[in-house]
Design a protein around this ligand. Structure first.
Ligand code: DC
Length: 231
């Protein structure tokens, strides 16, 4: 059967990764969480005194890029591939609010984007890939057969992220989560290089009022139509 490329972009915490993973599993495609790659670079920067509150050494970050080796590793015991930074599994260390606070400034740096976009394009070279992020349909795979743009209100997204972080045992308060989401929306949409915008040929889905099952079936139908060449 014909394999296609599926790009899923949208704001933070719109559930992009959930639907992307469901779709990849169903179709037997590779799933790539591009946000994990920006988070991994951020984790490296935090560990190597490149970024902290009120401090960001952009030059050092750019110099360090050749030392940052990212890889996704699969294991039958895990529900999704884990991201490895220089040989170490950092999957569990990149989803906290601290990494979320620094990731958007890191993602504005052109050299970071050039490195990660090249690796993402390499991973999707043979098609049969579902990738989620901010610039997948506009920059990474502008020719993707299916582009989805996910949206939901900031309040709803903050509620979802807050619940997720609480379940993971993080001591956080709702207003900090909401503030982080709004700040990231602002930086992601106003940065100079590859800002978050809906590709002209993307289909927008607002899932504020949608359950996971309805959302999955909507997107799956779109994918099936593209694979069959019906649209
Ligand atoms: O999807 P996420 O929330 O894990 O992404 C973390 C940050 O990484 C997000 O705030 C912006 C950045 N990002 C990006 O600039 N481009 C991508 N393709 C994916 C993520």
């Amino acid at each position: 059967m014909k394999k296609i490329t599926i790009a899923i972009d949208g704001y933070s915490s719109t559930g992009k990764s959930t639907v992307a993973k469901q779709l990849a599993d169903y179709l037997g495609y590779l799933y790539v969480d591009s946000g994990a790659m920006y988070r991994a670079v951020t984790f490296y920067a935090m560990q190597n005194d490149i970024i902290s509150k009120g401090y960001f050494n952009v030059e050092k970050l750019i110099e360090s890029l050749p030392l940052i080796n990212l890889k996704f590793v699969k294991n039958d015991d895990w529900n999704k591939a884990h991201i490895y930074l220089n040989g170490n599994d950092i999957e569990k260390k990149i989803r906290n609010l601290e990494v979320s606070e620094f990731v958007s400034p890191i993602a504005t740096i052109h050299e970071v984007r050039v490195k990660l976009v090249a690796q993402q394009q390499q991973m999707g070279f043979e098609k049969g890939v579902v990738m989620d992020g901010r610039d997948i349909g506009t920059v990474v795979f502008p020719k993707a057969e299916l582009k989805i743009f996910m949206n939901a209100s900031a309040q709803e997204r903050a509620q979802r992220r807050y619940k997720e972080l609480l379940e993971r045992g993080e001591a956080i308060n709702f207003n900090d989560v909401l503030k982080n989401i709004e700040e990231r929306d602002h930086i992601d949409t106003t940065r100079q290089d590859s800002p978050l915008v809906k590709a002209t040929d993307a289909i927008e889905i607002d899932n504020s009022e949608m359950n996971l099952e309805d959302q999955f079936h909507t997107v799956l139908q779109l994918a099936k139509d593209r694979i069959a060449g019906r649209v």
